[in-house]
Design a binder for this molecule. Structure first.
Ligand code: DC
Length: 218
């Protein structure tokens, strides 16, 4: 079977990484979480212990070493040799990641790395601009979404399970704000590619979404 390149884009909390990791496992493909790479830059910026400015972020991205180690349905993330898999999911990182992702030098460097990672095929890559910009020739393009209520609810359960004391209404507002920032930025905004298929997962189980992705690959 041909080794496909699969692009999955969509707004925050649509479940992209959950289903993409499982679909990759089933297909024997590699999974690349590009959001984790933007989060890695945000994490390293916060580690500097200085006020977060565009200049500081652009300095940090210059020589950052990001490794995504995907094995058996799970991704470990390393920055300059340190594992940051959990550290990049904190509210602090989430709070500045849209600022990080709007910067030209950040997008240029990460897009280069992502294209190299995707060059060999047999890959599922998820993010915001994969079908439109990173891999415009992807064989399968899916735009995954769900209602804002459903996405906030899923994020709420995820954060609760990690021990965070979160409020669902506040999460909803944060997700909406991040979607707005990601959709309205100048460079590679979040938008459904013309040739991408829309998949609304509001009323679908994880298994159903994984199956829908695999079906499209077959
Ligand atoms: O999918 P996520 O929540 O982990 O992504 C974190 C942020 O990174 C998100 O707010 C938008 C940005 N992002 C992006 O701009 N382009 C991508 N390809 C992936 C993520």
């Amino acid at each position: 079977m041909k080794k496909l390149t699969v692009a999955i884009d969509g707004p925050a909390g649509a479940g992209k990484s959950t289903v993409a990791q499982l679909a990759a496992k089933e297909l024997g493909y590699t999974y690349i979480d590009t959001g984790a790479m933007y989060r890695a830059v945000a994490w390293k910026t916060l580690q500097q212990g200085k006020p977060v400015t565009d200049d500081l972020i652009n300095e940090v991205v210059k020589d950052i070493d990001i490794v995504l180690d995907y094995k058996e349905g799970k991704t470990k993330v390393f920055v300059d040799g340190t594992e940051v898999t959990a550290a990049i999911r904190t509210p602090e990182v989430t709070g500045i990641v849209s600022q990080v992702a709007a910067l030209g030098p950040v997008r240029e460097r990460l897009t280069d790395i992502q294209r190299q990672m995707g060059a060999q095929g047999a890959v599922i890559m998820d993010g915001r601009d994969i079908a439109t910009n990173v891999l415009p020739n992807a064989d399968v393009k899916i735009f995954l979404t769900a209602s804002i209520e459903e996405r906030a609810d899923r994020r709420f359960k995820e954060m609760k399970a990690k021990g965070y004391d979160v409020d669902v209404e506040q999460l909803k507002q944060e997700i909406a704000a991040r979607d707005k920032a990601d959709s309205e930025r100048e460079i590679s905004p979040l938008v459904q590619a013309e040739d991408a298929e829309l998949l609304d997962t509001s009323n679908m189980s994880i298994d159903e979404v994984v199956e829908a992705i695999i079906q499209r690959c077959r």
